[in-house]
Design a protein around this ligand. Structure first.
Ligand code: PLP
Length: 386
């Protein structure tokens, strides 16, 4: 029989995050410090709005780009928070989560062999998205001692005549890094000098403790050459609603909207109604959740401090700590597996985010303080025998 899988799909790796999740399912009494989503339920007024929308018959396809009211609200948000105007009619596409927005972006901008620059370590899905777009992922190392950000020198070392895009993710999964204005300005300059498109994944924009979130698209010349990706998943605890969006150059958004018809038709109408009310009335709910993450982050940093062999650069944003475990002298998969078997604590090995994540564990603090304390109590007991 002929090979059933396409070459493209065969080269796309499985997610190492899911792998740990699946392994953990075999055990009982586990504490999940591997979760990439808020543990909070979606705020009840958002759920209520979705219920009303469904009950009132708002259950049909919408326009491919998403309902205009939602696009207008997104436009207002970026105008207010980042000082950038996106035309709701031409420069905004509502998508099935940020993931669909990223995949569509790559399909629209890349030709076979075009290179997309991303950091190593980085969220593994980016590599898959670039491969889906027939592009070539080019990994730029980022280092803990450099605050986990892509420096100009390191980016420059990886530029070629095929470089089409640079992907930045600030606040960053898995490292918690946040790019400051100067760092963004330097990347903006590379984009302009070398005519490179920037993809800016701002999924964690609200979950931030140090620095302020700046969108690279807010540099005037950058708006036209940046595709901003955002989502309701993390800020509003809406992962299961599958709703996100892309903002950018109207030519690119037009083509992404064309593909949207063939892939998803539109994002769920009910989720769109929910997302609209989230933008209109959700700010205090976001502040409350971020306040809770902040407390957990402090606790987690204290626990890491008390744990022999563990250290961590405090995350400036997200709900992840990227914990240095090099002193334990074992690779991150071994450590993660041993922790699961011996302590029932689930973490993600840094290597799941690329070779640059080796020597680290991603620990999520999207879980209660009690669970964080208990997990570290178990970890410290186990480590005594290692
Ligand atoms: N971008 C980053 C950096 C993420 O960590 C995630 C999810 O973990 C996403 C995008 C996906 O968001 P969505 O749920 O909107 O597809």
């Amino acid at each position: 029989m002929q090979e059933i899988y396409s070459k493209k799909v065969s080269q796309i790796p499985h997610s190492g995050i899911r792998h740990m999740f699946n392994l953990a399912a075999k055990y009982s009494d586990v504490i999940h410090l591997c979760i990439g989503e808020p543990d909070f339920s979606t705020p009840s007024f958002i759920i209520q709005k979705a219920y009303e929308a469904a009950k009132n018959g708002f259950t049909h396809y919408t326009t491919n780009a998403g309902i205009l009211k939602l696009r207008e609200a997104i436009s207002k948000k970026y105008q207010k928070e980042q000082g950038i105007f996106y035309d709701p009619k031409e420069e905004i596409l509502v998508t099935v989560g940020a993931m669909e927005a990223l995949a569509l972006t790559m399909m629209v901008i890349l030709n076979p062999g075009d290179e997309g620059i991303l950091s190593n370590p980085s969220w593994p899905n980016y590599e898959a998205h670039i491969l889906l777009g027939d592009g070539k992922p080019v990994f730029v190392p980022v280092k803990e001692e450099e605050g986990w950000v892509m420096t100009v020198d390191r980016i420059s070392d990886h530029l070629t005549s095929r470089t089409k895009a640079i992907l930045i993710n600030s606040p960053n999964n898995p490292t918690g890094a946040v790019y400051n204005l100067k760092q963004l300005e330097e990347i903006a300059k590379i984009s302009l000098d070398r005519d490179i498109i920037v993809i800016s994944d701002e999924a964690y924009e609200k979950i931030i403790y140090e620095e302020r979130h700046h969108s690279i698209a807010s540099f005037p010349e950058l708006k036209e050459r940046t595709i901003v990706i955002n989502t309701f998943s993390k800020s509003y605890a809406m992962t299961g609603w599958r709703i996100g969006y892309a903002l950018g150059n109207k030519k690119i958004i037009k083509e992404m909207t064309k593909l949207q018809e063939h892939i998803a038709a539109c994002a769920s109408s009910i989720s769109q109604a929910a997302a609209l009310v989230a933008l209109q009335k959700g700010s205090s709910a976001v502040v409350k959740m971020v306040g809770e993450y902040k407390l957990r982050r402090s606790l987690l940093l204290e626990e890491i401090e008390k744990t022999p062999g563990f250290s961590c650069l405090p995350p400036k944003g997200t709900f992840y700590a990227f914990v240095n475990i090099k002193k334990l002298g074992e690779n991150s998969s071994e450590v993660s597996l041993k922790l699961l078997k011996e302590t029932r604590v689930v973490t993600v090995p840094g290597s799941a985010f690329g070779s640059g994540g080796e020597g680290y564990l991603r620990i999520s603090f999207a879980t209660s303080c009690e669970k964080i304390k208990l997990a570290f109590k178990r970890i410290r007991v186990a480590l005594k025998n290692w």
